[in-house]
Each structure stands twice: as C-alpha cells, then as structure tokens.
Design a protein around this ligand. Structure first.
Ligand SMILES: Nc1ccn([C@@H]2O[C@H](COP(=O)(O)O)[C@@H](O)[C@H]2O)c(=O)n1
Ligand SMILES: C[C@@]1(CO)OP(=O)(O)OP(=O)(O)OC[C@H]1O
Length: 158
C-alpha cells in the first residue's frame, strides 16, 4: 500500500448579489462569494489537496478561470471529475480534513450537510470527510468579512 498527502487553500471575496455556496450547500447570508465558478472555497481547497497529493498541479490547470465553460460552474461537478482523475491513476481517498475560515454566518449547523454532499460526490463515507469552521478573530480581510477562506488536507491510498 502507498499513501500520499496533499494540502489545498483558497480564498474568495464576499460581495452583494451572489449566493454563498460552501461544500456544495447554499447558505442563507446577506453576501456571497465572488468567482468565475460558484466560488465554493471549501470544495476548491479540497480539489487542490487531492491534486497536490499526486503532484498533478492545481484546479486552475484543469478548469482555467479564463475558460467560459466554467462560468458559474457547480464546484461539486469539478470535484467529481478530480476524483475520477485520481481514481484513473489507481488512488482513492482515505480521509479529508478541512477548515473554513469565516467570521459569519455561523457554519456549525451546516457542517453535517456539507460533509454529506462532499462524501456523496467522492463516493466515500461522511466519516472520511472532516469539515470544521473557525473565525479569524476579526483579524485581516477575513476578519473584516471581505472574504472567506478554506484549508484542506487529503490523504490518498493506492
Ligand atoms: N463561521 C463560523 C466560525 C466558527 N464557528 C464555530 O464557532 C467556534 C468558535 O470559533 P472561534 O473562531 O471563535 O474559535 C468554532 O469552533 C466553530 O464551531 C462557526 O460555526 N461558524
Ligand atoms: C474552479 C475555478 C474555475 O474558474 O473557479 P474560480 O471561481 O475561478 O475560483 P479560483 O479558486 O480563483 O480558481 C479556480 C478556478 O479554476
């Protein structure tokens, strides 16, 4: 058995007139994340962690922000295709750990549903997907609610 580990990070700006989508879940809030795709920072960080584990580059390589094809893209569909990419190479996810950094809204009540959505997309159990939330203690751009960030680690086995 071989194992590989990867990490991912993403941040998107919060603006009015956009939905807030995190882990594939639409969350009621006054502002949402700006991006070429649905700007789902958590899912983006997870994809980069999976790609990083196999030194396969980053999501921008597979889904260029300059490509109109990805305008408004559902990041869960991109996640499914990254999963296919690693499976084609003989790898599967052992577990994912992640954290969303957001001052607001309160994300704890939404975390179980996010775990289910990510796990279903990756065809693994929700127990293999950890999603946490923390504030940035009002420090920096995230602390000023200018954006939301996410970090993820993925362990792959073959
Ligand atoms: N957007 C968020 C941020 C945090 N939480 C939960 O609150 C706990 C305390 O957060 P601190 O940043 O003050 O340490 C954290 O452990 C999360 O459970 C949240 O639900 N939504
Ligand atoms: C998935 C993509 C597609 O445009 O999403 P974006 O919303 O542009 O988000 P970003 O994390 O800046 O870059 C990743 C892109 O590949």
């Amino acid at each position: 058995m071989s194992i590989r580990i990867g990490n991912g990070y993403d941040i998107h700006r919060l603006v009015e007139g956009r939905p807030l989508i995190l882990g594939g879940l639409k969350i009621a809030h006054t502002v949402g994340l700006l991006g070429h795709s649905d700007a789902d920072v958590l899912t983006h960080a997870i994809m980069d962690a999976m790609l990083g584990a196999l030194s396969l580059g980053d999501i921008g390589h597979y889904f260029p922000p300059s490509d109109p094809q990805w305008a408004g893209a559902n990041s869960l569909l991109l996640l499914a295709s990254v999963n296919q990419l690693i499976q084609e190479r003989g790898w599967q996810i052992e577990n994912i750990d992640s954290v969303i950094v957001a001052e607001r809204p309160k994300l704890k009540p939404h975390l179980p549903q996010m775990r289910e959505k990510i796990a279903k997309t990756l065809k693994i159990s929700p127990e293999q997907v950890s999603i946490k939330a923390t504030t940035n203690e009002q420090l920096g751009p995230v602390g000023r609610e200018e954006g939301i960030a996410a970090y993820a680690v993925a362990l792959l086995v073959s």
